[in-house]
Design a binder for this molecule. Structure first.
Ligand code: NAI
Ligand SMILES: CCCCC/C=C\C=C\C(=O)C/C=C\C/C=C\CCCC(=O)O
Length: 208
């Protein structure tokens, strides 16, 4: 799918990887709705993007993705505003070991699109240089894993920390290549953008 002229919705688009996604999509000619629960960061982000791209190509919608009513309302607003919706990027995420139920709700369940006849792909990055990494130093985020913070920092040094722009490059690859569906794209500092390969099962059922 060509990105030029399409409409994209990015959750958690106010900062970090989401913001890099928004920037890359605008750079390729899309119109973008950035959704985020953080209104201040969302507005700041839109204002900064407006200096680089025409203001009418970006809209910020405050939305907590765990609130289904807000989320549905935001999808509706995007279609009303831009007249269509072609690309959904389910990016919003938190690191909150103390409230893992809400972490699962935000990171995995909020925008489940599998029943809508769309291509569905996943990006699994290694460490990326965004504000979420600051949570590693905070007991309120790490909970029982707080004592591992130095090991995690050693891992970051060992494996490397990537710039968000390479994750955005992975997203554009997924959008532009229509053959990609059900793929797990891995992005690491050592191997760059690559795909998880699954071995074929040797078993073939006689019942078809
Ligand atoms: N930074 C990293 O090293 C890695 C990040 N990830 C994942 O990438 C995604 C983006 O992470 P980063 O940009 O690093 O984090 P970030 O903390 O910099 O940005 C996350 C954005 O999501 C928003 N958000 C959080 N909860 C929300 C909610 N309930 N509703 C709406 N917006 C919400 C935040 O306000 C923030 O703007 C997350 O899902 C994260 O788990 C995955 C692998 C590595
Ligand atoms: C530890 C809590 C952090 C909270 C969320 C922030 C970052 C998340 C990072 C990841 O999910 C990635 C974690 C591990 C992967 C690390 C390295 C893989 C590199 C492999 C390689 O280069 O071969």
């Amino acid at each position: 799918m060509h990105v030029n002229g399409k409409v994209a919705l990015v959750t958690g688009g106010a900062q970090g990887i989401g913001r890099a996604f928004v920037q890359a999509l605008l750079g390729k000619g899309a119109k973008v709705a950035l959704l985020d629960r953080n209104s201040e960061a969302g507005q700041e982000s839109k204002a900064a993007l407006d200096e680089q791209f025409e203001a009418q190509r970006t809209v910020f919608i405050q939305c907590d993705v765990t609130d289904q009513e807000q989320l549905k309302g935001a999808f509706k607003k995007v279609i009303e505003h831009f007249g269509r919706l072609d690309i959904v990027v389910n990016n919003a995420g938190v690191n909150n070991e103390k409230d893992w139920e809400s972490t699962i709700q935000i990171n995995l369940l909020a925008a489940n699109m599998e029943n809508y006849g769309v291509r569905l792909n996943t990006i699994c990055p290694g460490f990326v240089n965004t504000p979420i990494l600051q949570s590693i130093d905070k007991e309120e985020n790490m909970g029982q894993y707080y004592s591992y913070k130095d090991e995690i920092k050693n891992m970051m040094q060992f494996y490397g920390v990537m710039d968000p722009s390479i994750i955005a490059e992975g997203l554009i690859t997924i959008i532009e290549d229509d053959t990609l569906n059900g793929e797990v794209m891995k992005i690491t500092a050592s191997q760059g953008i690559h795909f998880q390969e699954y071995s074929q099962t040797p078993f073939t059922s006689s019942k078809r």
